[in-house]
Design a binder for this molecule. Structure first.
Ligand SMILES: Nc1ncnc2c1ncn2[C@@H]1O[C@H](COP(=O)(O)OP(=O)(O)OP(=O)(O)O)[C@@H](O)[C@H]1O
Length: 231
């Protein structure tokens, strides 16, 4: 018999036979050809694959921002393909956090405000959002940079703010697409280590697309995209 801890805990993400193709100049490119994956709560999974193999496409599928995907995408036990656009927005808002290769911070807002913003959208009070933003930014070594705007921060610092923003609402799953891809190797390693430490501390799961085998080896599990499927 299952113990209570094992029952009713859905994977944070479940993909079954996920497909995606693009029409380009009359040619159909089948990028995802039946991707199967389960990520359990708290698990950190590296997504490896050469350039063009479809890592970003797969993260976009899970991020529910675009249509055009076939197959089943379950987020925290809900089948995304069975809910409408508002339902997908709610799944994204309630369960997912995103870190991109380029930080996409709001240029006119400082570090604190950038991390507060997604919390205010969820209806948290200013005070609560500020406490959480300060806690995360301090944990990432940015305690002295709280009121700096993105243009006043280094690339590594900007990416740390983006990490704090992604974790601000305590998502069950963080989707990270080459989160340190635009940084030099030393900074990239440092920011990724801090990211992994923080994600572990928060108990979130993460799916992290990267080219870097060495960084992937620091995660709980590695999956590889090859010819449109995971090996
Ligand atoms: N909107 C689109 N229209 C047409 N083709 C696309 C589109 N988006 C992606 N593709 C194609 O799908 C394939 C996979 O792209 P994707 O960006 O997912 O790869 P990737 O593994 O993330 O690559 P990289 O590591 O270089 O970021 C590529 O051949 C790309 O040209």
């Amino acid at each position: 018999m299952n113990s209570p801890a094992q029952t009713n805990i859905a994977p944070v993400v479940e993909l079954k036979g996920v497909t995606r193709s693009f029409e380009q100049g009359g040619v159909t490119i089948e990028v995802l050809r039946g991707v199967d994956l389960e990520v359990q709560p708290g698990e950190i999974v590296a997504l490896l694959g050469p350039s063009g193999s479809g890592k970003s496409t797969m993260l976009q599928a899970i991020g529910l921002l675009e249509g055009g995907f076939g197959g089943h995408i379950g987020i925290a036990g809900t089948a995304a393909e069975k809910v409408d656009a508002a339902g997908r927005t709610a799944l994204r808002r309630d369960h997912l956090g995103f870190v991109y290769q380029f930080h996409h911070l709001l240029p006119d807002f400082n570090a604190m405000e950038n991390v507060m913003m997604p919390q205010l959208v969820l209806g948290k009070s200013d005070g609560e959002a500020a406490d959480r933003a300060r806690e995360l930014l301090q944990a990432l070594g940015l305690g002295a940079r709280l009121d700096h705007r993105p243009s006043q921060l280094s690339g590594g610092e900007q990416q740390r703010v983006a990490v704090a923003r992604a974790l601000a609402n305590r998502p069950e799953l963080v989707l990270a697409d080459e989160p340190t891809g635009n940084l030099d190797e030393h900074t990239s390693d440092k920011v990724l280590e801090e990211f992994l430490r923080l994600v572990r501390g928060e108990g979130s799961a993460a799916l992290v697309a990267t080219h870097n085998e060495r960084l992937a080896a620091k995660m709980d599990r590695v999956v590889r995209l090859h010819e449109g499927k995971l090996d």
